[in-house]
Design a binder for this molecule. Structure first.
Ligand code: ADE
Length: 235
């Protein structure tokens, strides 16, 4: 998979060199490139923002550098090829909420482009213009406000990247996780069986796989009901 990130802080994405995603980059499964939005400016100060039309607090990102940066990463995409169009994702608290389902769907695409906004956001025309040549999505990490899109993009790249075949060594470990079956995951334990006076639930030492499976499912349902009742179907 090819991932392009446009940002004013490309160094932010250096951490993608470590851990599982770092290895996926080395082996070529994942090709992530961070581009500096300021490289697409033409003034001495490499300006990427300006005051908002209509007044108001803060600054808005100018459309011209975004247009040129997206021209560069999207290439000369022809309208007839829209079926295989890249997905351009702009992280924004005004977007649809990012979920495991969305991560799974995006993990099946060939080319993702992330546009990291800062300040009060990006000139609206950038989204409209980009939608003519790619699939554009505004995506939110959750109902809170970050200073910019970088942290949100990092989270999305990790959630998507680990679902690409070959990135996580043991694909079975992806199945029994929170959100994969609509429930939160069950609690896990390892050795020793007693630690600081706390025991591992005896059923896990019983060797009865059927009973363990049932217990784990009950734990998932109980935990989901207690912590995230919104995930359960209405009764
Ligand atoms: N940028 C600022 N806040 C954000 C959020 N909650 N999700 C995604 N991008 C953001």
């Amino acid at each position: 998979m090819r991932i392009d990130v446009v940002t004013i802080f490309p160094e932010f994405f250096d951490v993608l060199d470590i851990s599982l995603l770092g290895r996926a980059r080395q082996t070529g499964i994942l090709d992530v490139r961070a581009h500096n939005l300021r490289d697409f400016t033409h003034d001495r100060h490499r300006t990427v923002d300006d005051t908002p039309y209509g007044g108001g607090a803060g600054m808005v990102m100018k459309p011209e550098p975004w247009g040129e940066a997206l021209d560069a990463v999207l290439g000369e995409g022809k309208p007839g090829e829209l079926a295989s169009a890249p997905v351009v994702i702009f992280p924004s608290p005004a977007g649809t909420v990012f979920t495991q389902k969305m991560a799974r769907e995006l993990a099946g695409r060939e080319h993702l482009v992330f546009g990291c906004g800062r300040y009060e956001g990006i000139d609206q025309r950038v989204f409209e213009h980009t939608a003519e040549r790619a699939e554009v999505r505004l995506v939110s990490l959750g109902d809170y406000v970050l200073n910019g899109g970088e942290v949100a993009v990092m989270a999305m790249i990790e959630a998507i990247g680990r679902l690409i075949p070959g990135v996580v060594g043991n694909p079975e470990s992806l199945v029994e996780e929170s959100h994969e079956d609509g429930l939160l995951e069950y609690p896990s334990y390892t050795k020793p069986a007693t630690w600081r006076g706390l025991e591992v639930p005896p059923i896990l030492l019983s060797g009865n796989h059927g009973a363990i499976e049932r217990w784990r499912h009950e734990q998932q349902v109980e935990r989901t009901r207690r912590v995230r009742p919104d995930l359960l179907p209405p009764e």
